[in-house]
Design a protein around this ligand. Structure first.
Ligand code: IMP
Length: 432
């Protein structure tokens, strides 16, 4: 079973990093295909000295496996400072990353310093219409890619080419910076700032579309690591409250440059409840004590920005929408342990919208805002689940809850996670 995509089935932060790290053991290549350092993938791994936490924003979550090849494909936007900081932090813990272990596509776009400034400036100018971005320059970088004003890895590597590109784009970018009241930039200062980054990036740069395509054709096991979640997809999410990339499984093809047939398994990652960061509709959001409990028990604060996450009950209508787009072959249900202690647990089975029952979410932001969840109530359980490793050792109420989720979503469960540690996982079906 050579390829598998790991995709967020909700609004991001589902625990994709942990699942990728887990599956990475069984595969040869781990490929990030979209997003940038707006992601925050947390891994907790015991390398012999007790559990150690690693938060990755840009490096693929397979990076702790020294015998695997990690790839940052062309669909990812790269902030060089963040990349080098992550490599340095790993090196400080004795985890070296050789160029052969990390390949970065020559056609990937660079997040320029002015992209961060434009992102922050736009949000500041938007008042109540804020998206609540991570402020990392992701949207402005993708805009420049589509607007043909982007600077790619290959441009950085050739000083004359970089100068030509900067001369072509800087006047336009300065017009935007001026309009936002932000400091303007110069070609010379940018070129000088980027020169050391180019030197450090060069050994990692590669034609990753051939690398990954050839690996797939040779029958190697390739894991594609999604970032954010399906409902944040720029085309299919709750627009305009979305990120600026294609987060669904289809994003693999354009993000890496492999054909659709290269996608075999698709594992949808979903929490046993739901969370969202930033603005936008969230039908099952809780504003009461239950929501506060989910936030506190689930440590629901952003891995990238530290912002408190909005919390709510599991939304099967939203996950069914994600299934429709991704065709999940299995689900990974994370953070089931967080639900221990609730007397009752609610699940949204469908919505009421304009007098109609809706089984599958309409992701249009205005429709979703008006969608009213129809809940089913399930008995909770008191037992701590963090030490459970076999399905049959779960309390009956937890097993019944899992069975109901699989029934409501129409997808079998591959993985159940009961804590942040790599060991706190039940793999029911291995995709590789
Ligand atoms: P951007 O990706 O920084 O442009 O932010 C756009 C929206 O996507 C905001 O609502 C962010 O909170 C959300 N977002 C971006 N990345 C993540 C993520 O990794 N997890 C959850 N939400 C995210």
């Amino acid at each position: 079973m050579p390829t598998c995509v790991v995709v967020g089935a909700q609004w991001g932060d589902e625990g994709k990093g942990k699942v990728v790290d887990l599956f990475a053991e069984e595969c040869d290549y781990i490929v990030r295909y979209q997003g940038g350092n707006n992601a925050g993938h947390t891994l907790v791994v015991d390398r012999g000295n007790g559990p150690e936490k690693t938060v990755l924003h840009l490096l693929p979550s397979g990076i702790l496996h020294p015998d695997k090849v990690c790839v940052i494909a062309r669909g990812v936007v790269i902030d060089c400072d963040v990349l080098f900081r992550e490599l340095d932090a790993l090196a400080a813990r004795g985890i070296g990353v050789a160029p052969a272990q990390l390949r970065i596509d020559l056609d990937a776009h660079i997040i320029m310093p002015y992209h961060r400034d434009i992102d922050l400036g736009r949000e500041a100018a938007s008042g109540d219409a804020k998206i609540g971005t991570t402020g990392r320059g992701i949207g402005p970088c993708y805009e420049d890619m589509i607007g043909r004003r982007g600077i790619r890895v290959r441009d950085l590597l050739e000083p004359s080419r970089l100068l030509d590109r900067l001369q072509a784009v800087v006047p336009d970018r300065n017009a935007t910076l001026r309009w936002l009241g932000r400091p303007e930039v110069t070609v010379e200062a940018l070129a000088a700032q980027l020169a050391p980054a180019a030197e450090r990036l060069a050994p990692f740069a590669a034609d990753c579309r051939s690398l990954v395509g050839d690996a797939w054709r040779a029958g190697k096991r390739v894991l594609f690591e999604g970032a954010q979640g399906t409902l944040l997809d720029v085309g299919h999410g709750t627009y305009p409250f979305v990120t600026s990339s294609y987060t669904t499984s289809a994003g693999v093809c354009v993000g890496v440059g492999v054909p659709p047939r290269a996608i075999e398994k698709v594992v949808g990652i979903t929490k046993a409840y739901a969370t969202r960061v930033g603005a936008g509709p969230f039908p099952t959001e809780l504003f009461d004590e239950d929501g506060a409990q989910l936030r506190a028990r689930g440590q629901e604060f952003g891995a990238t920005t530290g912002r408190p996450r909005r919390c709510g009950w599991f939304d099967a209508a939203a996950v069914r929408y994600a299934h429709r787009l991704n065709d999940f072959t299995g689900l990974a249900i994370t953070k089931l342990d967080v639900l221990s202690g609730f007397d009752e647990i609610k699940v949204c089975v469908a919505y009421h919208l304009d007098g109609q029952r809706l089984e599958v979410a309409d992701a249009d932001a205005v429709s979703l805002q008006r969608s009213v969840p129809i809940y089913e109530t399930w008995p909770g359980w008191k037992q701590d689940l963090t030490a459970v490793r076999r399905l049959e050792d779960f309390p009956a109420a937890a097993r019944a809850y899992l069975e109901r989720l699989t029934e409501l979503c129409g997808v079998p469960i591959d993985v159940v996670s009961v804590g942040p540690d790599r060991a706190q996982t039940l793999v029911l079906r291995q995709p590789f």
